[in-house]
Design a protein around this ligand. Structure first.
Ligand code: GSH
Length: 320
């Protein structure tokens, strides 16, 4: 089997027209005090992420901004995906110190020994049973913002204000479909037509955000919300990985005026940029075996650029 065939695990998510549609989540049970919900219990759950993953990144940022990292622990998988998926390669003996497992897939196989999908991060795990609790990455941040409110730190920001929830939900759907997974729809397309449709949608949506950010500091005015965190996690990866590897290359984020200033503003906000590990992100996307195979990086070259010091330059967005 060729390297490419070995890692052709996305094939189930490729539609007849060559477009990429992400698989469904398998752990979607909510947190709450009803019988069929996971109880809100401090020091019981563990969030597993992989620092290159944008879907995980938004959950880690929200968890930390809200101070929930004091009651939900965090574990990280290493940057390279094996044939069995993510591995706890950063930990002693390559095992998560709390869950005691080597492969992320152990959690999925506990639920279904023949789990047919890709075991993914982020996922919240029950440390008592080792079972998966929730991997519904679309809803995880708003779950932490609402169901876990009684454990938020005293000065936690309100990332999901009641009066904006409907609008935030609407915008989050667009950010998720056209930006967060939009870049993957571009990168994983299997036909020229599917690639171009996804590419056009991605840049059309980015252009709309460029306009929206002309006269206001954040997506909803003068306060950071859940939507900003979601948009940030794709913007911060864009020039280093999606522009180059996924051929999302009409322009870079640094070529936008408002989006580029906005992305730096968020990046320089305490609790946001300090969760971003550019080296890890570059290594994972450029050198993980499955992506090397898929995108033909046969000599395992890691691009030297782009210059990342520009992320710390003044952004001027405090003028609003
Ligand atoms: N929870 C969603 C999305 C999360 C997701 O796609 N995570 C990626 C990393 S950003 C992942 O873990 N991929 C594992 C793989 O491709 O094997 C899913 O299950 O599809």
């Amino acid at each position: 089997m060729s390297e490419f065939e070995k890692f052709k695990t996305f094939s189930k998510e490729i539609q007849k027209d060559g477009s990429f549609i992400q698989q469904d989540n398998i752990f979607t049970k909510k947190f709450g005090d009803k019988l069929d919900e996971w109880p809100i219990e401090p020091n019981r759950y563990r969030l597993i992420w992989m620092p290159a993953c944008p879907h995980s990144h938004k959950v880690v940022i929200v968890l930390k901004l809200l101070g929930l990292d004091k009651v939900i622990s965090i574990g990280a998988a290493g940057p390279y995906r094996t044939e069995k998926g993510w591995v706890f390669s950063l930990d002693k003996d390559e095992r998560d110190p709390i869950l005691g497992i080597h492969y992320l897939s152990d959690i999925y196989e506990k639920e279904n020994p023949n789990y047919p999908g890709r075991p993914t991060v982020p996922i919240i795990v029950d440390t008592i049973t080792g079972k998966g609790v929730n991997n519904d990455n679309f809803n995880l941040t708003t779950i932490l913002e609402t169901a876990w409110a009684s454990y938020h730190k005293e000065d936690a920001p309100d990332l999901y204000p009641v009066e904006l929830r409907e609008e935030i939900d609407k915008l989050n759907k667009i950010i998720y479909s056209d930006i967060n997974t939009g870049v993957y729809k571009v990168g994983f397309a299997h036909t020229q037509g599917a690639y171009e449709r996804a590419y056009d949608k991605l840049f059309e949506t980015l252009d709309k955000f460029e306009e929206r950010l002309e006269n206001q500091r954040y997506l909803f005015g003068d306060r950071i919300t859940d939507s900003d965190i979601r948009l940030y996690t794709t913007l911060v990866r864009f020039d280093s990985v999606y522009y180059q590897i996924f051929r999302a290359n009409r322009n870079r984020i640094v070529d936008y005026k408002n989006l580029w200033d906005y992305a730096r503003d968020l990046h320089q906000t305490p609790g946001i940029g300090d969760t971003t590990d550019f080296d890890f992100i570059k290594n994972s996307y450029h050198l993980s075996p499955h992506l090397k195979a898929l995108f033909g990086n046969i000599h395992s070259l890691l691009p030297k650029g782009p210059d990342l010091s520009v992320w710390n330059k003044p952004h001027g967005r405090d003028r609003f």
